[in-house]
Structures are given as C-alpha cells and as structure tokens.
Design a binder for this molecule. Structure first.
Ligand code: FPP
Length: 242
C-alpha cells in the first residue's frame, strides 16, 4: 500500500466524485463510449480500494444521472449491465473490506434486474461499518429536492408536521442521503467545471477539485493529489479566518 498523503485528522469524512470523461477517453482511442465506461468501472475499483485504505468514511460516486436516460439506448444498456456486473464482481471486495453499499436516486426508474442486483448488495453489506460506498444511479439533485419537498408537504397535509417544523434539519432528513454527512470534497475528472445536478443541497460547503484527467486514466496518485489539495484549503463555512 502507498503511504497515506495525509495524517488521519486531515482525511475528509465524505468524498464525492463526478466520474467524467469516459466518452472522450474512448473517442480518443477510436473505441465505443461503452468501452470507455467499461474502463471507467476499473477506476471505480481503484477508488473504492484507495478510499478504504485511507480511512475515508463515505465515498459517493455519480454513476448515472436522471438526465442520462436520454443517451442512446445501447449506451444506457451497457451502463446498466456494468452496474449489475459491478454488484456481482465487487461483492467479495466489499464484504472483505467491511464496506456498506448504498444507492441513491430514482429507484422506480431502474430496470428490475438492476434494482434486484443493487438491493441484494445493499442487503448483504448492510451491517458493514468500515466505510460506506454510495452509488448515485438515476440520480439528480433537483429530483431529490423535489422528492423531499413532496414528502414534507405530505407530512404537513396529514397534520403530522406544522409548516414551521419544515426546517433545514427536517428537510435534510427527507433527502435520499438521509443520515449521511455532507461531502467535504467533491472531485470532478476530465476538466469540466460544473456541478451537473449532483448533491446540490449537500455540497453547500464542499471543497471542489477539478482534475484534467479523464476518469479511465485517473490513478491512485491522482486521488492522493486531490486529498493533498483539499488539506491545503481554508474552510470557513461563511465565517471569517481566525
Ligand atoms: C460520464 O462520462 C460518466 C458516466 C455518465 C458514467 C459513469 C460510469 C462508470 C464510471 C462505470 C459504471 C459505474 C459503476 C459504479 C460500476 P461521459 O460518458 O459523459 O464522458 P464524456 O463527457 O467524455 O462524454
């Protein structure tokens, strides 16, 4: 194992990653976009393993957005197959390393096979406590906020909550991320500088690192480098420096 680039107190509790650039990586090699995603799935294994080694508590990966359903059918199909494959091929890794697997997103839109695979992995890893791996599938931050608002509105309409009890805390509890801490660090690979509907509420005070490298080429050393950049940031949460 490579030595950790940071001391334990400097390690972020929650790292979230926008895994971008699979398509461009594949195009640059004259390969299909699906091949780019297949290579990207290998980087996922590296990121999970490295996060666990470094003692990161939660790793959230943006695998498929609510808007990605609009991509060509064969690309959507290959991404869905990769997710099912991942649930089967990484099962032992997650069990060995005591990693709990969770999915956030619009579960009702997932094909039955994908839903069955992710729910089986969630169940079998439910009591693991060393790290949480959260995979965002059919996920959109706006969709999540609307779902939380609807759920709170139902509580108010049923008389179980007053309008004044709709607070930042009760709102947060209705998000798909529920009990998870907010991300401290959001990494985006492949150079684009945008949030793309990812963890809109939760990333209010996250630090952002944009990596120029495409996700399939992203290495352990690149991951470590993002953490070093994070450790050099001065987080003030709207306050002033002491
Ligand atoms: C964005 O790159 C990436 C995706 C939409 C899919 C990410 C999926 C994986 C890395 C593999 C499957 C995930 C798991 C957890 C097994 P893009 O295709 O938009 O790249 P481009 O901007 O270069 O076209």
């Amino acid at each position: 194992m490579r030595p950790s680039p940071l001391s334990a107190p400097q390690i972020p509790r929650h790292v979230a990653i926008i895994m971008d650039g699979n398509g461009r990586w594949a195009k640059g090699r004259g390969q299909s976009r699906s091949e780019g995603h297949r290579q990207g799935a290998k980087t996922v294994r590296m990121a999970v393993t490295r996060a666990r080694e470094l003692g990161i508590g939660v790793l959230t990966l943006y695998a498929f957005s609510s808007q990605n359903w609009a991509r060509p059918g064969d690309e959507v199909e290959s991404l869905m197959s990769l997710l099912v494959e991942f649930c089967e091929s990484e099962r032992n890794l997650l069990l060995d390393k005591q990693i709990r697997f969770r999915v956030i997103g619009e579960r009702s839109r997932l094909p039955a096979l994908v839903l069955a695979a992710v729910e089986a992995l969630e169940q079998v890893t439910a009591s693991n406590e060393a790290m949480q791996l959260v995979v965002a599938i059919s996920y959109g931050g706006r969709e999540e906020l609307v779902a939380a608002a609807q759920s709170l509105a139902r509580e108010v309409a049923a008389g179980r909550l007053t309008p004044e009890q709709v607070t930042a805390d009760s709102f947060r509890a209705h998000l798909w991320t529920g009990d998870l801490p907010d991300p401290d660090l959001v990494i985006r690979t492949s150079g684009e500088v945008r949030i793309s509907n990812f963890l809109l509420w939760q990333s209010a005070y996250a630090e952002f690192v944009i990596e120029p490298i495409a996700w399939p080429d992203w290495t352990e050393a690149d991951f470590d480098n993002c953490l070093v950049q994070f450790a050099g940031r001065d987080r003030r949460y709207g306050g002033v420096a002491p």
